[in-house]
Design a protein around this ligand. Structure first.
Ligand code: NOJ
Length: 682
């Protein structure tokens, strides 16, 4: 098949002497469709031997010819003069079980298109592009074979493009800016965005949704997306302070470049494509990884009523920690996070982190005594390692720190990398310390190293200020969760607090990448100095279902939970590990309703949230078991509830008997939400 495209005549003539095709011509050299024939990918080559791919969905082109290839520092470009060595199409269909997650069983069904290429003019240098085509999207990656023509690849640019055909609206956050992944999520015409982080979600004018992201980011630079022209995006690799963005020796594969594609926003979230493109579990039996809820010596520091550093208001003292352990034990929560337990918080830790000790507690914190006290009550301390992104200092202590926790029975750690964009300090390629982006190849290496080293001690990790999630929890299930977006802490600081549509945006953008330690459930709805939240109390409960994490923090102070026992009951009851998940409805930035089935019980849990607009959302209960009656424990906004006034606290709790044939009408107040527990009746 040929299609004309404009090109300079001179180039065309020159090229036509070298290659069989004129430069302007496109030859389709490989094609394949998804198992259900929904999505088709074609790979084409022009007269200069340059590669491009296109994607069609239901017969309509949605990604027009988009370039593939690389610029290298140590060799000629890998983007032209290609000829096809061979292509192969194969089918795959399997189902695998997650140790924990949003659903127990995941189906992995795709058609693979493998395109092996060579550059004859470069002594037969080879490259392969492998596409996995699903009914709900596409993943593709490059494979560099071990070859004498390119023993080391020094990648300056990845030239991969995503040329979005129809006019689109984007939800995006800028890359390489302060404060990293914690920017407010912006809505803009796709043609007006700058350099974006992924996942980048777009809605085409016909309603089709696409999320651009990557899977299995290992030993490679994070991919940002740069708008180059119109609606054309090009991969931009996070720069390295060591020169080329990526340096790899021998055979290697790049991360998968992913496009989740669906009719609507709900469909995007239902896709398991990113997880499926990751390698299976490498850790074997991970019964030691424990999805659960936790409380923490934490919110009081963000409220500025306690300090991390040692002094008269030091929050991580033995007596205060015991109070949290007792509270956790009484309310069936497994974990107690304690921040500020270790020496080194006195200095300006967000700008250096050089003074942290990860083994020495402050004198008023009895680490072994508290670890033992917690265990005696069926509770575990959760460790804390704030590094200030001084990865050099952290890696020196990491083994001793992990060993100490493991000896004490502390089996999970929250780590933190607070820093200004571009100022993470990590070991450079020659081993010497260098400053750079936390999501450069060097940074990416560290985040995974922290997880694999932790696994040796059966420790699980919750990373704050992390590199973005790319589904590596499938391969390393001890990478439980991470932050990587604006969490509830912004409501404590207030300038500004999270916007009222934050959760309805999060679900269809950041949450497509994986779990988030959002720290929900602040029923007091007040931050430092009386700053208020853009939320009703019911929304705080709904967030436990809407914003997924296998470990969920009940973030408020125990004394605040004592004030609201009716609301707190939902936080006590809601599980964190799911057999199944259904996105019932949703629109990016407007509303979303999610229903999840408990993995270890028969109950279902529903969360619905809205933006600043009040709404009534129908909830068909057709996911319930037929023939059973359920008690619906409903936590809803009061009739006059509103996030803009003191009526944000108006919460109604009521129960109803329902069956699979019923449809509930969920009334959400402006800035509100609703949480429901559905328990089968005996
Ligand atoms: C930022 C984290 O997000 C927050 O949870 C933590 O309390 C502080 N850093 C201190 O580590």
């Amino acid at each position: 098949m040929f299609a004309r495209r404009p090109a300079a005549l001179a180039t065309a003539l020159a090229a036509s002497c070298l290659f069989a095709l004129p430069a302007w011509a496109q030859e389709v050299i490989a094609r394949a469709a998804s198992p259900g024939d929904v999505i088709k990918v074609e790979v084409q080559k022009d007269g200069m031997g340059k590669l491009a791919y296109t994607i069609q969905r239901n017969g309509k082109e949605i990604i027009s010819a988009s370039r593939l290839g690389f610029n290298l520092a140590n060799a000629r470009k890998l983007d032209g003069g290609f000829s096809l060595r061979k292509q192969a199409v194969s089918m795959h269909d399997s189902t695998w079980e997650q140790p924990w997650g949003e659903r127990q069983f995941v189906r992995n069904r795709y058609r693979e298109l493998r395109v092996d290429l060579e550059q004859k003019e470069q002594a037969g240098r080879q490259l392969a592009v492998v596409f996995r085509i699903y009914d709900d999207g596409v993943g593709f990656r490059y494979e560099f074979p071990a070859q004498k023509q390119l023993p080391v690849a020094e990648i300056i640019d990845e030239l991969t493009e995503f040329n979005v055909k129809s006019p689109a609206t984007a939800w995006w956050i800028p890359a390489a800016e302060l404060p990293g992944l914690e920017e407010e999520i912006r809505e803009a015409p796709l043609k007006e965005i700058g350099i974006a982080n992924t996942p980048l979600t777009v809605r085409l004018d016909d309603g089709t949704h696409i999320a651009f992201h990557e899977a299995a980011l290992v030993d490679y630079a994070s991919m940002w997306l740069r708008k180059v022209d119109g609606q054309k995006l090009r991969a931009m690799l996070a720069p390295s302070p060591g020169g080329p963005a990526v340096v790899r020796e021998g055979a290697f594969t790049t991360p998968w470049r992913t496009l989740q594609i669906a009719d609507n926003a709900a469909g995007l979230y239902m896709s398991d494509l990113v997880l499926n493109l990751n390698e299976p579990n490498r850790l074997g039996d991970v019964a030691w990884v424990k999805p659960s809820k936790f409380v923490g010596v934490w919110w009081q520091m963000h409220l500025q009523s306690g300090t991390w550093n040692y002094g008269p208001n030091h929050a991580a003292n033995t007596a205060n920690t015991k109070k949290y352990i007792d509270f956790a034990a009484k309310n069936g929560m497994r974990g107690v996070l304690v921040e500020g337990w270790n020496k080194g918080w006195e200095s300006n830790w967000g700008h250096g982190g050089a003074d942290f000790s990860f083994t020495q507690p402050y004198p008023d914190f009895d680490l072994p005594g508290l670890a033992a006290y917690a265990k005696s009550k069926g509770v575990r301390l959760i460790g804390h390692h704030e590094t200030g992104a001084n990865i050099v200092a952290y890696e020196k202590q990491m083994d001793a720190a992990y060993k100490l926790y493991a000896q004490l029975g502390v089996d999970s750690i929250k780590s933190g990398y607070v820093h200004e964009a571009g100022s993470a300090l990590f070991p450079g390629r020659d081993g010497k310390p260098v400053y750079g982006h936390y999501d450069s190849q060097e940074g990416v290496r560290h985040f995974l190293k922290a997880v694999t080293e932790a696994a040796k001690y059966k420790l699980s990790i919750d990373t704050h200020e992390p590199v973005k999630d790319t589904g590596l929890r499938r391969t390393y299930p001890n990478w439980l969760t991470r932050e990587g977006a604006r969490g509830v802490e912004y409501n404590a600081w207030g300038n500004p607090p999270n916007s009222v549509d934050h959760e309805a945006k999060l679900v269809f953008t950041r949450m497509l990448s994986g779990p988030m330690d959002y720290t929900p459930g602040v029923l007091s709805l007040v931050g430092a100095d009386g700053k208020t939240f853009n939320s009703t109390q019911a929304k705080q409960l709904a967030n436990f279902v809407v914003v997924y994490s296998p470990i969920q923090m009940a973030a408020d102070l125990p004394e605040n939970y004592d004030k609201y026992p009716a609301a707190f009951k939902f936080i006590r009851d809601v599980p964190t590990d799911w057999a199944d998940t259904r996105v019932v409805n949703g629109e990016v930035g407007k509303f979303v309703t999610i229903a999840r089935k408990d993995r270890h019980g028969d109950g279902w849990y529903v969360g619905a949230v809205t933006d600043g607009e009040g709404r009534t959302l129908p909830l068909a209960l057709d996911f319930l078991d037929k023939g059973k009656r359920y008690t619906a424990e409903i936590y809803r906004d009061g009739d006059n509830a509103d996030y803009r006034s003191a009526r944000r606290f108006d919460l109604v709790t009521e129960t109803k008997t329902v069956t699979a044939g019923d449809t509930l009408q969920l009334r959400l107040a402006p800035g509100g939400g609703q949480a429901i527990r559905l328990v089968p009746q005996k």
